[in-house]
Design a protein around this ligand. Structure first.
Ligand code: FPP
Length: 279
């Protein structure tokens, strides 16, 4: 275990009431060497970018890049489960992605359906609960049916939450929350004086999910691209040149090890942090 790593100042995933693992890593999953078990990010969010460029680099069409990217999804979900990451959010389709050529949008939808169908058994075996954020109502009906089926079938799972951001936009998420607050206020359910950061968060799509500790973006781009804007206020950002189809377990471990070297101060000075968090 790496003794010099910095910390998560919330006591670690194993101490949280909302940890979907219900405390402790499933004994079928061995900790990965080199990762400090006490400082595993509670929530990893990933902007999976570079499928198209990977395809071009390999003289293939864009859809082949997405297909290979779907393989990375499978591998990274399994790896997070094995490592003991309680929450994983994947930016699978942004609200802006609807502007892509129709053939590409349709291919992405097909890949999503194929992934859900082929992985449901594994998700259940590995106790993975599927959730979604975003304007899921925008998805084609056949996709919604498969998605809702998988969300429902896994709702009892406690090992990990796999949260797919679909037709998601961070600004839409915030605007949606504001609209719901206005509605609740008109119904007398909330007063202006009761609107705080904490109460506001309950109106966001991520209300049941902690803020990400680590946000990874692949493919050498340095942008947040309208992903989890409110939620990533204190998130550690990790950028890698690797294209998403090449992002597999070793690259994930590298990102987590990098995260574990950081000191998360949340606005405090290094001296104010709990001693154990700096060991
Ligand atoms: C960005 O690459 C990736 C996407 C817009 C979609 C992500 C989709 C997958 C990884 C596959 C299917 C998903 C699931 C959950 C099974 P890009 O096309 O923008 O790449 P480029 O910037 O190199 O063109």
């Amino acid at each position: 275990m790496n003794k010099s790593l910095n910390f998560r100042n919330d006591g670690g995933p194993e101490n949280r009431d909302d940890d979907p693992r219900g405390g402790g890593i499933d004994s079928r999953f061995r900790m990965v060497d080199g990762i400090d078990e006490k400082r595993v990010p509670r929530h990893i969010a990933i902007i999976m970018d570079g499928n198209g460029r990977w395809a071009r680099q390999n003289a293939l069409g864009r859809i082949s890049g997405h297909r290979k990217g779907a393989e990375s999804v499978r591998v990274v979900v399994e790896a997070c489960r094995k490592i003991g990451v309680p929450y994983l959010t994947l930016f699978a389709f942004s609200v802006e992605n609807w502007m892509r050529p129709n053939t590409e949008v349709r291919a992405l939808m097909r890949l999503l359906v194929r992934y859900l169908r082929s992985e449901l058994k594994t998700m259940l075996k590995n106790d993975i609960r599927l959730k979604t954020i975003g304007n899921v109502a925008d998805l084609p009906e056949n996709v919604r049916t498969v998605l809702e089926g998988a969300v429902d079938a896994t709702k009892h799972c406690k090992g990990m939450v796999l949260n797919l951001a679909l037709s998601y936009g961070g600004r839409d998420d915030i605007v949606g929350a504001v609209k719901k607050i206005i509605k609740d206020s008109a119904a007398g359910k909330i007063k202006a004086s009761e609107i705080t950061r904490e109460s506001f968060e309950k109106y966001l799509s991520t209300r049941d999910i902690p803020d990400p500790d680590l946000l990874i973006r692949t493919s050498g781009e340095f942008r947040i691209s309208n992903f989890l804007l409110w939620q990533s206020a204190y998130t550690e950002l990790y950028f890698t040149d690797v294209f998403w189809p090449d992002f597999r377990e070793p690259q994930l471990i590298e990102a987590i090890l990098d995260y574990q070297k950081r000191e998360r101060r949340f606005g405090k000075t290094g001296e104010q942090l709990p001693k154990e968090s700096k060991e």
